[in-house]
Design a protein around this ligand. Structure first.
Ligand SMILES: Nc1ncnc2c1ncn2[C@@H]1O[C@H](COP(=O)(O)OP(=O)(O)OP(=O)(O)O)[C@@H](O)[C@H]1O
Ligand SMILES: [Mg+2]
Length: 301
């Protein structure tokens, strides 16, 4: 990690926000983002003012964590977007030209499109396998408690397998929306790891697969699952790169657990919607999750 730190940019003097004020930050739910010609800036968000959040201790804590986590993950895979510097609550990255993986997958049609999609998804699986190769816990990541913190209760067989399985890193943000292409380097990069734990590799794989099925989820999205991928090919790409086999029983369990988790948050979001949107949203949610459950019932590993 020291070598990478040495390559990072110099941090400007503490408290000098001049360079930030020149950037046009766009608000997102949890962050402010801005781009310059070759840099991408992300400030963690708690208020309606990026400069205030830049100096907010809670935002600085989150930015510090993302900075450390991404540097550590970058040590495991060169396809993790390397942070260049941390300045208060702002993490600075090289700007990736795009596109993001999610819209690319949605837009690519025809035979060439299928090839592009398969290539990008194989790459994502290789990156995940590389991140799972860590055999130590250098940052002291907490162990994910699957018996108490999941969205389903594992049966005795699943609990036994979880207990016996060698743990890998679990990267909460490893979803389709957190990949972006860079023209200059001609490759895909992963960003935004969110919470990192020690967990089960099948948990990460299941979350990625469900994030693919749900590419069209939400307002303005589709009413059917997105199925422009071959799940067997994805799993084979992962296993080839990881050098170990996935546990089919655990994968089946985590696919269902991820669906239960997504449903939990979807219902919570629905409850917070205003009247008309809630009325339209309820049957949409019910139909969508029925399709997900159906898909999972037809995919036992
Ligand atoms: N290095 C980069 N260069 C250019 N654009 C980027 C870069 N990293 C991220 N982006 C773009 O900014 C968006 C938001 O980034 P990021 O996911 O880190 O923020 P976030 O607030 O955590 O978002 P979310 O909670 O939706 O995942 C990405 O979806 C992507 O389109
Ligand atoms: Mg993100």
């Amino acid at each position: 990690m020291n070598g990478q730190n040495a390559a990072c940019e110099q941090v400007p003097p503490a408290g000098s926000a001049g360079w930030l004020a020149e950037l046009a930050f766009t608000p997102r739910k949890e962050s402010w983002v801005a781009s310059s010609a070759d840099r991408f800036y992300k400030i963690f968000r708690r208020s309606d003012d990026p400069l205030r959040d830049w100096l907010d201790p809670a935002c600085m804590e989150k930015a510090g964590r993302e900075y450390v986590d991404t540097l550590l993950l970058r040590g495991l895979s060169e396809h993790v977007c390397t942070p260049l510097r941390l300045d208060h609550a702002c993490v600075v990255y090289p700007r990736l030209s795009g596109p993001d993986l999610r819209p690319m997958l949605q837009q690519q049609h025809g035979a060439g499109g299928a090839r592009h999609r398969a290539h990008a998804l194989r790459k994502a699986m290789v990156v995940l396998a590389q991140l799972h190769r860590a055999r130590t816990n250098p940052a002291g990541y907490p162990v994910k408690d699957y018996l108490h913190d999941g969205y389903l209760v594992p049966d005795a067989e699943v609990a036994r397998r979880i207990g016996e399985r060698e743990r890998t890193l679990f990267i909460g943000g490893f979803e389709v929306r957190n990949f972006r292409y860079d023209e200059e380097r001609g490759d895909w990069f992963f960003f935004d790891p969110q919470h990192v734990y020690l967990g089960m590799p099948e948990d990460d794989v299941a979350r990625f697969v469900i994030s693919l099925l749900m590419i069209n989820w939400g307002q303005g999205g589709g009413v059917t699952l997105w199925q422009g991928f071959d799940v067997e090919n994805l799993l084979a790409a992962y296993e080839d790169a990881a050098g170990f086999l996935l546990d089919g029983t655990l994968l089946t369990y985590f696919l269902r657990e991820t669906i239960a988790m997504r449903r939990h948050f979807a219902e919570k979001a629905l409850c917070n919607m205003a009247g008309a949107r809630r009325v339209i949203g309820r049957p949409y949610l019910a139909s969508y999750f029925m399709q997900l459950n159906h898909w999972a019932a037809n995919h036992e590993f």
